[in-house]
Design a protein around this ligand. Structure first.
Ligand SMILES: [Zn+2]
Length: 68
């Protein structure tokens, strides 16, 4: 009986840990997809922080943004 309880606890902890990890991974993936935009000129994928926004277009660098 003690063994069974221990097994249940271990299973519970394992599931909890596994679920947490899975959730974190998918969240990270969603965030990566969300933050990457193709440059309007050269189509390089840039993150939201690095992107240069000009009107409704997104550029990867100042050089690409020159044509805007
Ligand atoms: Zn570019």
């Amino acid at each position: 009986m003690k063994f069974l309880v221990l097994l249940l606890i271990i299973t519970f902890i394992y599931l909890l840990f596994f679920k947490k990890r899975e959730k974190r991974n998918s969240e990270k993936l969603d965030r990566d997809i969300e933050e990457l935009y193709p440059c309007s000129k050269c189509e390089t994928l840039v993150s939201k922080q690095d992107a240069i926004v000009c009107g409704n277009k997104i550029y990867c660098s100042k050089e690409c943004a020159k044509s805007c």
